[in-house]
Design a protein around this ligand. Structure first.
Ligand code: ZN
Length: 287
């Protein structure tokens, strides 16, 4: 377990809570003896300012943030900075609250927020034994009072079905990640335009938004580099013992769903879009 996740578990234990689903997170801020305020901030979602001794702090969230899950994530993130003793001023924006950010302290605070809002045991219970679907992401987000993007991040880290996620802004890919269990080779899309024939492209070109239960199929080679998979067959993967090692994907060309019209294997893509930010978070997975 990461340092951020551990600190969140410790805090839950200390307060005798299994989860914070029914809690107003401000109460946790007050319970730590910190000052909490909600005021209009410009260019900033939330911030924490410490006293010179570092013993106390003022946590502020932007009162203009309309999306409640976003606000909860900001508060949890600031609590994370405090619990992890990141004793300097932190101002949060789209970048620092991005779960995929690599900066050490921001990444830790996000891990803390993710674990505080969706404790591992409860998250596993919510997703284990279930197929992946956009509806499941929305259901889990609703259950934990958090955003779909933080559920996607949590699912990438520990969900049972391998998925890939691609975040794009203004038609260009900002970052992408895939689950450890996904053996397909993703093309490095960072900084490139979203691929032709993807659902992401439809959103940026025509603002097409599909309902969560209207799942779209796209050719696997829209997002993935299939070159190497064509050369491996069931026979060769068995010969190399990959099947016994539990490695999936080398031979999944044969297993992938066939689109009868083209004979090309398909995967699913769904975009969670933000009209406010002009962004799309695409999730890609196979049956
Ligand atoms: Zn931060």
């Amino acid at each position: 377990m990461s340092r951020g996740s551990e600190a969140a578990q410790q805090m839950l234990d200390e307060f005798g809570l299994d989860s914070v689903i029914d809690e107003d997170l401000c109460d946790l801020v007050y319970a730590r003896g910190l000052v909490f305020q909600e005021v209009p901030l410009s260019g900033c979602e939330g911030r924490i300012i410490y006293s010179p001794s570092g013993q106390t702090a003022v946590v502020t969230v932007n009162s203009n943030t309309r999306y409640r899950p976003r606000k909860r994530f900001s508060i949890a993130h600031e609590l994370g900075h405090y619990e992890l003793k990141h004793n300097k001023i932190h101002c949060e924006n789209e970048g620092t609250l991005d779960c995929y950010r690599k900066g050490h302290q921001e990444a830790e605070a996000n891990e803390f927020a993710s674990e505080l809002l969706m404790p591992a045991a409860l998250f596993d219970k919510a997703v284990q034994g279930r197929c992946f679907s956009p509806a499941l992401v929305e259901e889990v987000a609703e259950q934990f009072g958090t955003s779909v993007s933080s559920v996607v991040y949590r699912y990438l880290m520990s969900g049972p079905v391998p998925v890939a996620a691609v975040y794009s802004y203004c038609g260009k890919v900002v970052w992408w990640r895939k689950s450890q269990g996904m053996q397909r080779r993703m093309i490095d899309w960072t900084g490139r335009e979203v691929p032709h024939n993807s659902v992401s492209e439809e959103w940026f070109q025509d603002h097409t938004v599909y309902a969560t239960n209207d799942i779209q199929d796209v050719d696997l080679n829209v997002w993935f580099d299939l070159g190497m998979y064509r050369t491996y067959t069931h026979t060769s993967s068995k010969r190399f013992g990959m099947e016994q090692m539990g490695i999936r994907g080398w031979d999944s060309w044969d297993e992938a769903k066939e689109d009868t019209s083209t004979g090309e294997p398909m995967c699913h893509e769904h975009c969670f879009v933000s009209r406010d930010f002009g962004s799309a978070l695409a999730v890609i997975w196979e049956d």
